[in-house]
Design a protein around this ligand. Sequence first.
Ligand SMILES: Nc1ncnc2c1ncn2[C@@H]1O[C@H](COP(=O)(O)OP(=O)(O)OP(=O)(O)O)[C@@H](O)[C@H]1O
Ligand SMILES: O=C(O)c1ccc[n+]([C@@H]2O[C@H](COP(=O)([O-])O)[C@@H](O)[C@H]2O)c1
Length: 189
Amino acid sequence: MKHIGILGGTFDPPHIGHLMIAEEVRFTLKLDEIWFVPTADPPHKRTAHATSKERIEMVRLMIEDEPAFNINLIDIKRGGTSYTYETLNELKKLFPNDQFYFIIGADMVEYLPHWYKINDLMKLTTFVGVKRSGYTLKTSYPIMTVDVPVFEVSSSDIRKRIRTGRPAKYLVKEAVYSYIKERGLYESC
Ligand SMILES: Nc1ncnc2c1ncn2[C@@H]1O[C@H](COP(=O)(O)OP(=O)(O)OP(=O)(O)O)[C@@H](O)[C@H]1O
Ligand SMILES: O=C(O)c1ccc[n+]([C@@H]2O[C@H](COP(=O)([O-])O)[C@@H](O)[C@H]2O)c1
C-alpha cells in the first residue's frame, strides 16, 4: 500500500508555495509520493488564464528534478468542473490499495463547507490543511494539519506582478519563469 499526497490546484502558474507545502507534507507524513493534479475548470474561481496545456507544462517543469513528485492528469482528462469528490472516487477505483491525503491551504480549509458532496468526500480521503497568510485552519471538519512556513506567494499575485512589470522571478522555479517569459504569459490578464 502506498501513501500518496494529492495537491490539486489551478497552478496558474505553479509557484514555490506549492513546492514548499508538498515537500513539508511529504516529509512530515512520510508519504511515498506527491501527485500534482491540475484542475480542468476550478470549482470556485474563474477559468484559468493559461491554457490547460500550458499549466501542465509548467507543473512538469517545476517538478522535473524531484523523483517523489509526479503529475496526474485525471481532472483535465475528465474535463468540466473539477470536483474533488469525483477525482477521489476515480482514484480509489484505479488504485484501491493506496491511501490518499488531499493537501489544501487554509483558504481552501475555510471553503470546505461549500465543497461538492463534502460529507461523502470526507469518507474518501484524509484532508491535510496547511497555514496560509490571512486564513485560519479552524474547521469543524476532521482534518489533519501540518506545520509549514508561511509564504505569502500566490498565483494571483504572480500574475499581477507580471502584468505590472514587478519582479516575479524568484517566486517560481527558474524553468517555469523562462517558460512564462518565452510565451508572454500573464502580460495582459
Ligand atoms: N503560499 C501558499 N501557502 C499555502 N498553501 C498554498 C499556497 N499557495 C497555494 N496554496 C494551496 O495550494 C492549492 C492550489 O493552489 P492554486 O493553484 O489555486 O494557487 P493559488 O496561489 O491559491 O492561486 P490564486 O492566487 O490564483 O487563487 C490550494 O489548496 C491552495 O490553498
Ligand atoms: O470539490 C469541490 O467542491 C472543490 C472546491 C474547491 C476546490 N476544490 C479543489 O481544491 C484544489 C485547489 O483548488 P484551487 O481552486 O485553489 O486551485 C483543486 O484540486 C480543486 O479542484 C474542490
